[in-house]
Design a protein around this ligand. Structure first.
Ligand SMILES: Nc1ncnc2c1ncn2[C@@H]1O[C@H](COP(=O)(O)OP(=O)(O)OP(=O)(O)O)[C@@H](O)[C@H]1O
Ligand SMILES: [Mg+2]
Length: 268
C-alpha cells in the first residue's frame, strides 16, 4: 500500500469543545480520500467551534457589559422624567451620551482584537488600575487594586493573549460584583506565590457583598435565557491561560473569584 506521505493531524474536541491536537495518522492510498475528508472536516469544525467560543467570550465581556451600563443610565433618565427633575435629567442624558460613546469605542476595540490581536498597550497592573477607576467612576463602587511587580512581570511573561484573557476575566468578576453583589467594596489582587510544585500566579477579585449559595455552574435555564455566561467565560479564559478558576461564595459572605496559573521556573 503506497504511503502518500501526508500526515494530517487528527483534531479532537476537548471536554470544553476547544480544539485539541491529536495523533498524527499516516495517510495511505486506500484511506487517503475518506480519512483526508473526515480530517479536514473535523479540523474545520474544531476551528469553527473555537472561533465561536472566542467571539462569544469577547461579546459577553465587552458589548453586553457596556449595554448593561447603558440600561442602568436609561433607568435614571426615566426616573428623572417621572419626577420632572430637569437637573438630574440633563446629567443623566450627558451620562448616557458618555457611556454610549464608551460602548462604541469598546466595540471598535473588540472588532480590532478579533481581526488581529495586538499586545495590550499597558502592563497588567496599569490596566487593572484603569479598570478599577472606570468602575469607581461609573458605578460609585470603591475598588482597591494590589498588583505586585512580580505579578506584573509574570503576566507579561505569559504573553499578550493571556494578559488579555486575565484583564477580561477580572472585568467580568467586577461586573458581576456591580450587577449582583450589592457590595460596599472590592479588592483586586495579583501576586506570585511560591510553594508546592513551583511558582504560581494568583489573581483574585473579592467583594464583601451578598454572595450566593452555590458556586455557579452554568444553569441550563439561565443559559437558554441568554444569561449566566459569565462563569463559563471566566473558566474558559482561565483554562486558556493554562490555569484554573475557583469561585468561593456563600450567602451573606461575599464572593471571591480566584484564578491560579502555574508558572515556569525553579522547581518545575
Ligand atoms: N459577585 C457576586 N455576588 C453575588 N452573586 C453573584 C456574583 N457573581 C455571580 N453571582 C451569581 O452567579 C450567577 C451567575 O453569574 P454569571 O456571571 O455566570 O451570570 P450573569 O452575570 O447572571 O449573566 P451574564 O454574565 O451572562 O451576563 C449570577 O446570576 C448571580 O446570581
Ligand atoms: Mg456575569
Amino acid at each position: 500500500m503506497a504511503d502518500l506521505g501526508i500526515v494530517p493531524v487528527q483534531p479532537t474536541l476537548g471536554p470544553d469543545g476547544d480544539a485539541r491536537p491529536g495523533e498524527a495518522v499516516p495517510v495511505t492510498a486506500t484511506t487517503a480520500v475518506p480519512v483526508a475528508a473526515t480530517t479536514v472536516q473535523r479540523a474545520a469544525e474544531a476551528a469553527a467551534t473555537a472561533e465561536r467560543r472566542r467571539i462569544a467570550r469577547e461579546l459577553h465581556d465587552s458589548v453586553s457589559q457596556a449595554l448593561f451600563v447603558l440600561h442602568r443610565r436609561a433607568e435614571v433618565v426615566e426616573r428623572a422624567l417621572d419626577a420632572g427633575d430637569e437637573t438630574t435629567l440633563r446629567a443623566a442624558a450627558a451620562g448616557l451620551r458618555e457611556v454610549s460613546q464608551q460602548a462604541i469605542d469598546e466595540l471598535r476595540a473588540v472588532l480590532g482584537d478579533l481581526r488581529s490581536a495586538e499586545a495590550p498597550a499597558q502592563g497588567f497592573g496599569a490596566a487593572l488600575s484603569a479598570l478599577a477607576r472606570w468602575v469607581r467612576d461609573t458605578h460609585e463602587l470603591p475598588v482597591l487594586v494590589e498588583v505586585g511587580a512580580d505579578a506584573d512581570a509574570a503576566v507579561a511573561g505569559l504573553g499578550p493573549e493571556a494578559a488579555r484573557h486575565l484583564q477580561r476575566l477580572v472585568g467580568e468578576a467586577l461586573h458581576n460584583t456591580v450587577k449582583h453583589a450589592r457590595a460596599s467594596g472590592v479588592l483586586v489582587h495579583a501576586a506570585v506565590e511560591h510553594g508546592g510544585p513551583g511558582r504560581c500566579l494568583v489573581v483574585g477579585v473579592s467583594d464583601d457583598g451578598c454572595g450566593f449559595p452555590e458556586p455557579a455552574r452554568p444553569d441550563p435555564a439561565e443559559t437558554a435565557a441568554g444569561r449566566g455566561h459569565g462563569q463559563q467565560t471566566m473558566r474558559e479564559r482561565a483554562r486558556l491561560c493554562g490555569g484554573h478558576l475557583a469561585v468561593d461564595s456563600a450567602a451573606g459572605e461575599g464572593t471571591r473569584v480566584v484564578v491560579r496559573i502555574p508558572l515556569p521556573g525553579e522547581g518545575r
